[in-house]
Structures are given as C-alpha cells and as structure tokens.
Design a protein around this ligand. Structure first.
Ligand SMILES: [Zn+2]
Length: 441
C-alpha cells in the first residue's frame, strides 16, 4: 500500500512548518529551546511524552518515542533545530516569516532542515493516530547546534544517552531526490568525507624589500603550494562509491556508461575517459582526497620582506584515510624542510553504512512506491552531518531527505530565499510514512 495523506493533514503539516520557521534558531547563538518547546507541545497533544534537556542555557535537545513491540531495534529519526544565519536584506520575503508564495514555503531552514524535521514529526503523528504499534521504537530526536559542529547537540545527547546507540539505524538530512537534465534519481548518503583542516607555516629571514634574497618565507610558501596544486591525488574507490557509479551508470551518456558500470576496472586500466568524468568536482571528491587552498597570510607593508608566511588548506579525506597518514603525504608532496604542516582540525572518521540493511531497503521500496522505476543509490557526500557521531559508533545512518529537487533548489540550502514547495512537503511526508511502514512487514 502506498500512503496518500488527506488535504487536512497536509494543511496541518504546512502550518506546523510555517510556525516552526518563525522561531528564529540562528546558530550562533541557537536558542533551540524555543523550538524544542514548540515541537514538544505538539507531541504532547498527540499523546507522546517528550523529554527536553538543555546542554547549555537556551540550547535544548528533544527526544520523543513512539513505543514499539521491541521485536526489532529502535530507529532514530534525527533532525536539527538550528539554522544558519540569513542576510534578510537580500531575501524576497523576511527569512523567518514562513510566508507562502507560488506554492512554496519560504524561510531559513525549510530545506536545512526544519522541513525534514516536520516530515519526521508528522510521520510519527500519522502512525500514532492510526494506532500503529511498530516493531521497533521510533525515536524522534531533534537536536541543537548541528550548524556549528554538534557539540551542544548530537554529541552532547549521545554522551548523556548512550542507549541511543543501541539502535539499528538513523534517518537524517542529506541526500534525497535529484532532478537534473530531464532525469531523476535518489541518493541515500551512507558515508561522508572526513575533514582535515591544515595550516602551512614558513619562517624565514626578513629585511628590506629593496635588497631581497632569492628565497623568503613567502617564496617558499608559494613553491610549497604550487607543488600541492600540481599534485594529482591517487584514486580511492570505496565500495559505497563503486556501487554509486554502478547504479547511476544507466543515467549517463552512452560513452560513459561502461566506465560508470565498472569504475574499478576503468581506474585499474587508466581509461582515458576518466579524465573527462573527473572534471566534475563532485565525482572527483567522491573518488579522491582533496586539498583546497583557502587562506593566505603574509606581510603587512609592501617594502618589508616578512619573516613568516602562512596558508590554510582545507582537506577532505575519503573515509578510512587516517589524518596522520594524510599529513605525511602532504609533507612528502611539498618536500621542503622549512615548511611546517600541521592539522588544525580533524573530524571523526566514520565507517560507511551498509546499503544492504532493512532500513536501506525500506527507503528503496518507498522510492519505488512513490516514484516507480527510479534509481536509488548509496552515496558519499563531501559535507558533514550529525550522522558522523552515530557512524563513529558503528550505527548505520541514512542521510535521505525525501524531497525531489532540482540542482537550483539544492543550491538554496544556506542560500538566499531558501524554500520548499508544498508539493514536496506532501511527497516527503508520504514517503517518510512509507519508509516507516515498510519496516513493519
Ligand atoms: Zn542541516
């Protein structure tokens, strides 16, 4: 059975989203407690018993459970209540108005990720109203602080509620339906790159710029960065990504199809078409460690040779690469004795989640119900979500927002005029309900 919600339930869903958007949870500072109280009141009215706990004043997290029979391990429906700042003057409508225009709800967080939070909320309410007792506890977990790293949110909650790691899986933001160049497919992010931010520091002799020496801190740094820029990182094809290319192969132009279908073979024989494919930064990031030079600092005055030059390089590693080994690789690439390379921040490594689990198959089936014949694929994403805290503990996490959006709509995340169509909210609630129902078979 494929779920269709009635117009009244959709109206309720949209109203809740609008009111939720109107609660300004810009992080920093967050102020998620107001949002948690709002969601908590809705849940209480429906007969849930939500627990709201603050990690710091104003920084609440909320846990609410639809009790199951206990014949399967719980599933966590994860979402974050905080949003990134919005430059109100650039928006068509005030970013915290929740205004509806041309079939879209506008507002900061409509996609990232209050919209998804509402899908999870409404799916649980739907099941509860129908009197469905699921096989497993379904745990709605709304957290603070995702946008600045999750220390006061997901990480804090897991430190204080280790029972939330005794579960079978997590559904969270990220991934979803992609509409592009007349084609449509669904990406379930089962893995993410690991952040490794670094600093390059060079010290040298200073002096007057009228009598420069051949080498200085600045020229050495330039040389180091040039070696990095010209270096080609080797391919690293993890099973998730191999499967991704295989599943999306039929969507590619003909010449690319055999390469996508057997990426491992193509890499092994160094197929020349790979170069063309890897011009796409998305494909490149899925198959390589990357290093982006982002910050340069040296000197204050034009006539003074500075004694220090610094660069910051943001690196994203394929899961399974240790930051220590990667730093050694950077030092080998640069190969200059007076360039000091250190990590300034490294993320948690997170083993990719299985694409052969009941929850992954429940998502696949729900897509087949609502968008028959579409490709569903596991995916490695370059960005980070709170899923990494669960994955680090070995829990399968599926970052999947059941919206179908064009590339332009995807670009609205963290952008101007972020908005989600009412049609997508309907589609999303129905698919979320069916993901949960598919787990009851
Ligand atoms: Zn988000």
């Amino acid at each position: 059975m494929t779920t269709t919600i009635d117009p009244q339930f959709l109206d309720e869903t949209i109203r809740i989203l609008q009111d939720y958007i109107r609660i300004d949870t810009t992080n920093p500072p967050g102020n998620e407690t107001k949002a948690a109280v709002y969601l908590g009141d809705i849940l209480k009215k429906e007969g849930f018993d939500p627990l709201i706990e603050e990690s710091a004043p104003g920084r609440a997290n909320l846990i609410a459970t639809l009790k199951g029979k206990g014949t399967a391990k719980p599933i966590v429906l994860l979402n974050h209540m905080d949003v990134v700042p919005a430059e109100a003057e650039k928006w068509t409508v005030p970013p915290f108005s929740g205004e509806i225009r041309d079939g879209y709800v506008y507002g900061r967080g409509t996609i990232d990720m209050k919209g998804m939070g509402v899908l999870e909320l409404m799916a649980l309410i739907y099941l509860k109203r129908k009197g469905i007792v699921p096989n497993q506890d379904l745990i709605f977990l709304a957290v603070a602080d995702e946008e600045t790293g999750g220390v006061m949110g997901a990480k804090w909650v897991l430190d204080h509620h280790p029972e939330l790691l005794d579960i079978q899986g997590v559904i969270n933001e990220g991934g979803g339906g992609v509409i592009h160049e007349g084609k449509r497919w669904y990406e379930v992010s089962t893995s993410q790159k690991v952040i490794c931010q670094t600093q390059f520091t060079v010290t040298g002799e200073g002096g007057h710029a009228s009598v420069p020496k051949k080498d200085s801190a600045v020229t050495t740094l330039i040389e180091a960065l040039n070696r990095l820029k010209n270096y080609t990182f080797p391919y690293k094809l993890i099973p998730t990504v191999k499967e991704y290319f295989h599943r999306v192969a039929p969507l590619q132009k003909e010449a690319w199809q055999p390469i996508f279908a057997d990426m491992e073979g193509a890499i092994a024989r160094g197929d020349p078409i790979l170069e063309e494919i890897m011009e796409d930064p998305g494909y490149r990031s899925m198959t390589h460690d990357t290093a982006a030079i982002t910050v340069l600092k040296a000197g204050e005055k034009v006539n003074v040779v500075p004694t220090e030059a610094k660069a910051r390089v943001d690196c994203r590693l394929v899961p399974g690469t240790s930051p220590e080994a990667f730093l050694d690789e950077l030092r080998r690439i640069v190969d200059l004795p007076n360039v000091n390379i250190q990590a300034t921040f490294t993320g948690v490594d997170n083993p990719p989640s299985s694409h052969d689990s009941p929850l992954f198959h429940a998502i696949e089936r729900a897509v087949e119900q609502h968008d028959p014949g579409c490709v569903v694929t596991p995916h490695l994403v370059p960005g980070a979500t709170d899923s990494r805290y669960f994955r680090a503990a070995g829990i399968d996490c599926y970052d999947f927002i059941p919206f179908r959006m064009t590339m332009e709509e995807h670009m609205l995340i963290h952008g101007i005029d972020e908005r989600i169509s009412i049609e997508n909210m309907k589609f999303g609630v129905e698919m979320m309900i069916d993901i949960l129902l598919n787990l009851q078979g």
